[in-house]
Design a protein around this ligand. Sequence first.
Ligand code: ZN
Length: 63
Amino acid sequence: MSDKEVVCKHCKRFVRGDKCPACNTKDFTKTWKGVVIVNEPNASEIAQIIGINAPGKYALWVK
Ligand SMILES: [Zn+2]
């Protein structure tokens, strides 16, 4: 088992494990740029710009 982080292609969330808890998919990428930590999505301008609505750690760009 690897604990290397991958990024979900759909919600851009960092995922540890074998499926995304938000999307329920295994559609991951290791090609990403930028990290944003969101604590309060409703109070975060950048979270709204990139369409985040749940707290967590996200990539800004994924391929
Ligand atoms: Zn996801």
